[in-house]
Design a protein around this ligand. Structure first.
Ligand SMILES: NC(=O)c1ccc[n+]([C@@H]2O[C@H](COP(=O)([O-])OP(=O)(O)OC[C@H]3O[C@@H](n4cnc5c(N)ncnc54)[C@H](O)[C@@H]3O)[C@@H](O)[C@H]2O)c1
Ligand SMILES: [Fe+2]
Length: 397
């Protein structure tokens, strides 16, 4: 077995309604003022209000900042970092999906590390390293998706250079994650489905990754099973199926730990590069690309793909290994169909907020060129060059 290192993120607390205790817990940890980092969608959904009540109940002073946006940009991060600096808060409470959590990681980092977030992004000209522990960050994820509450990465969009890159450092791992299905229960079906398939992508990419290890495998496989069993119910029954919501919430968190340690691959690579050209929500891009990228990767590790097929409920008894492995691809195509998520790039519709502008074949070469710079591309179990990327994009078009 290859040697490996495994990072165990900080504390996780799970339970229905635990956000009501947030104020008392933060106070017990010695904090005096919380900075709630969130977005307007979370406020409109009434979730920020639930957190405010939880803070008040524990007599914990706070300020609410709701200027975070989906897929944070350098400018938004630098601006929010300044607001946090002036707030006098000694703990940041990220409430939302991956976007507010990633933004919160970056702004907490900038409280103790000087400069702009631009200087810390992978590939920056005079790249700075994160030298100091960040302002303490506590996360309350409202989507069962990114797993960002467990990871060391913050993904930031650079609009000028049309790139989406991350700042990654162990110091960015949040201190505490509150996993409460109550704040995820009202998540609309389309966001539930696409963010849930993002979590599945984390689980699958880490499980088949060239950098996977027995611990990340165990976590990836567990997340695949839970998501396979509950994603349709969580999407369909919404707030009325707390068992499905709870399982999805925990599975996304597990998948976060799995990919932070095991790696990712071509799905996230193309989603990230394509998303920088025509802004596509992260979950939409991943859910669409996942089965096409799996199709291209199966031969790299047929045994593991067979295990994925079984975990997703396929009966592979009596099948040749190759057929059993490809059954995993069928299972994911069927899931996408059942969840009614976009399955073709050509169908992505700006009017339905699938993307900022229609995807055209003209950008494929440029996406393939940029993909070659993706840090985790080599985690994919088959070699992905420019031609393979274009093949995947054509298949998915
Ligand atoms: N750091 C990491 O490890 C990591 C991993 C994967 C993705 N990401 C990043 O995470 C971001 C995507 O995050 P996301 O997919 O969770 O979506 P998001 O945070 O961008 O949210 C999308 C929309 O859903 C709304 N929303 C979220 N939860 C809701 C709820 N419970 N009820 C009603 N509305 C709700 C938000 O208001 C927002 O408008 C991307 O920027 C991506 O690059 C980071
Ligand atoms: Fe993701």
């Amino acid at each position: 077995m290859r040697g490996f290192e495994f990072k165990m993120p900080a504390k996780v607390k799970f339970g229905e309604g635990i956000v009501n205790e947030i104020g008392a817990i933060l106070k017990g940890m010695g904090y005096t003022k919380a900075f709630i980092a969130t977005d307007k969608g979370i406020v409109a959904a009434g979730i920020a209000g639930i957190i405010e009540e939880g803070l008040k109940a524990g007599d914990m002073p706070y300020v609410l900042y709701d200027e975070m946006i989906p897929d944070p940009t350098i400018e938004i991060v630098d601006e929010a970092a300044e607001v946090l600096r002036k707030s006098g808060a000694d703990v940041c409470l990220a409430v939302g999906g991956g976007s507010p959590i990633d933004t919160a990681k970056a702004i907490c980092m900038l409280q103790t590390n000087e400069g702009s977030v631009r200087d810390y992004l992978f590939g920056a000209k005079n790249l700075k390293t994160v030298n100091n522990p960040i302002l303490p960050l506590v996360c309350i994820p409202t989507t069962a998706g990114t797993g960002s509450e467990m990871t060391a990465a913050s993904v930031i969009t650079n609009n000028q250079e049309k790139t989406k890159v991350s700042v990654t450092h162990e110091y960015l791992i949040p201190k505490y994650a509150f996993i409460d299905p109550i704040v995820q229960a009202g998540c609309p079906p389309f966001i539930t489905a696409t963010t849930g398939m993002d979590a599945l992508t984390h689980a699958i990419e880490s499980y088949i990754s060239n950098r996977s290890n027995p611990i990340s495998d165990a976590m990836g496989m567990q997340a695949i099973k839970m998501i396979g069993k509950y994603i349709r119910r969580a999407t369909g029954a919404g707030a009325f199926d707390m068992e499905a919501r709870s399982n999805m919430a925990v599975a996304a968190t597990i998948a976060g730990v799995a990919f932070m340690n095991g790696g990712l691959g071509v799905v996230h690579g193309i989603a990230q590069t394509l998303g920088a050209f025509v802004h596509i929500p992260h979950g939409v891009a991943n859910s669409l690309l996942l089965p096409y990228c799996m199709e291209k990767s199966v031969v790299g590790n047929m045994e593991k793909f067979k295990e994925i097929a079984i975990a997703l409920g396929k009966n592979v008894e009596g099948m040749e290994l190759r057929d059993a492995a490809f059954a995993a691809v069928d299972a994911v195509f069927e899931m996408a169909e059942d969840l009614n998520v976009p399955m073709r790039l050509s169908e992505l519709d700006p009017a339905k907020r699938h993307c900022s502008e229609p995807v055209t074949e003209e950008i494929f070469q440029a996406v393939a060129d940029d993909l070659m710079n993706y840090r985790l591309l080599a985690d994919t179990p088959v070699k992905i060059g420019k031609q393979e990327c274009i093949d995947i994009l054509n298949a998915a078009f």
